[in-house]
Design a protein around this ligand. Structure first.
Ligand code: ATP
Ligand code: MG
Length: 436
């Protein structure tokens, strides 16, 4: 056991039991005598207590000293990481009215995290997980959005672990907490200014450095300031597959939030251009949510389509959590379902040899397209050079092409096939009507 571990254990002795307890995900200290823990997403107060405010502050100072940060009356807050990877944030009195206030966020160990586990918790569906695995393989830029403690960092860790092993990944964070398991990962952490106000390194500084260090992909742990603009630039300048997290409640809000943060930088980019850059840079938003029953889910996997004529971001849900009920014990029932929208990059999935059947996106969109196909006489020239689906828009056309390809038919053959299906259905309906 290292010196750090030893002293942490000694100073944090009153709460050690909870730090060691795997069922506890968070320990919250509201002054020396009020301690709460989170289990299965629910908070409960425990009887543990520190001897007094002085011993609690001594513990926090000790942690700060080991991570080479300072917590005192001039710097009354601390962001740090414990030896096991847990994240700690502390605020000293008098700002903290009940006494030194601390939150220790424990993470499931990186090695224990897997999509299988999340699927077994019903946090995401197998289809959703497989789709995102393909998106990481295709180097899509992904933003994980969600409220506080909704599971963003945990999910980003998982996505990071899917990166191709021959790529160089640069990770930039405020306080190091991501534990991405990959062979070539370089991690940067921000640095506070010294007592003379010098020597600070911000996320922006580190992203700019990362860009000059031959990255294949860049991950910004949490985007909460003007570095949003740098991440957008990274994503737009050939570092496909870059990722980050942000605090927002819906996929569209995540884009608006990034826009607001990007505008905090000294940019002179006109708003309309900035919006186009954001919509062009981000391919997917994965929305994380903590539900009322304490469970954490991926509520949306949405594709960013662009900006409409009114300047609004357009997103399309590909998978979504649908609540179906509530159990007597208050547990929320439901599942992630496909939304019937086929991603605009479906062709890329196919041509790159990924195996993901179009049906897994749900069929309503294809069904709608099919029902809008005009009825033509079967005698119409089958090999007519004219595109029989010329009346469809580009997105519908793409779906039809994919469906025809899957059925092993040309567009003309596929059209004939639909026409026959429609006629058979009409004949059946007529016969049923006559029988009645
Ligand atoms: N799908 C899940 N099921 C159960 N527990 C989860 C799930 N995802 C995350 N957790 C747990 O929830 C806690 C919060 O997760 P995490 O730190 O990833 O959230 P966050 O959204 O990044 O929070 P913050 O906004 O504070 O950065 C952690 O203890 C984590 O282990
Ligand atoms: Mg986080």
């Amino acid at each position: 056991m290292g010196v750090f571990d030893q002293s942490i254990k000694t100073f944090l002795a009153p709460i050690k039991e909870y730090l060691d307890d795997e069922s506890v995900s968070e320990v919250l200290i509201n002054g020396p005598t009020e301690i709460w823990v989170e289990r299965k997403g629910k908070l409960e107060q425990v009887s543990a207590a520190f001897h007094d405010e002085t011993s609690l502050q001594a513990a926090v100072r000790n942690i700060a000293q080991f991570v080479k940060r300072t917590i005192d009356s001039e710097n009354p807050t601390l962001d740090a990481r414990l030896p096991d990877g847990s994240r700690i944030h502390a605020v000293l009195p008098p700002s903290a009215r009940k006494g030194t206030t601390v939150a220790i966020r424990k993470f499931a160990k990186a090695a224990e995290l897997s999509f299988e586990k999340l699927i077994s918790f019903n946090s995401i569906s197998k289809d959703g997980a497989d789709f995102l695995t393909i998106c990481v393989g295709l180097a899509k830029n992904i933003v994980v959005s969600g409220g506080t403690g909704s599971g963003k960092t945990t999910f980003l860790n998982l996505l990071g672990g899917l990166l191709p092993h021959d790529e160089r990944l640069m990770v930039v964070e405020d306080a190091s907490e991501l534990q991405i398991v990959a062979p070539h990962v370089v991690c940067f952490e921000t640095k506070a200014a010294n007592h003379e106000g010098k020597g600070a390194l911000t996320i922006r500084d580190l992203v700019r450095s990362a860009m000059r260090l031959r990255p294949d992909r860049i991950i910004v742990g949490e985007v909460r300031g003007p570095e949003a603009l740098d991440l957008i630039t990274v994503m737009n300048t050939g570092h496909g597959g870059s990722m980050g997290t942000t605090h927002a409640n819906t996929p569209t809000d995540a884009l608006v939030r990034l826009e607001t943060l990007a505008m905090m930088s000294d940019t002179t980019i006109p708003l309309a251009a900035l919006r186009r850059q954001i919509a062009g840079a981000i391919h997917l938003v994965v929305q994380a949510k903590r539900l009322h029953d304490g469970s954490r889910k991926i509520s949306h996997i949405s594709e960013v389509i662009g900006v409409d004529e009114n300047g609004k971001y357009e997103t399309k849900d590909i998978f979504k959590f649908v609540q179906t009920g509530i159990a007597p014990d208050g547990k929320i029932l439901g599942e992630m379902r496909p939304c019937g929208n086929i991603p605009t990059f479906f062709d890329e999935i196919k041509v790159n040899g990924f195996d993901f059947a179009i049906e897994r996106f749900g069929t309503p969109a294809v069904a709608k397209t099919i029902s809008s196909a005009p009825t033509a006489q079967p005698s119409a020239a089958p090999a007519a050079a004219k595109n029989p689906f010329a009346h469809l828009n580009a997105a519908q056309m793409q779906q039809v092409q994919a469906a025809a390809q899957k059925a092993g038919m040309t567009l003309q053959q596929y059209h004939q096939h639909l026409v026959k299906q429609k006629q058979a259905a009409q004949a059946k309906k007529k016969a049923a009507g006559e029988a009645a």
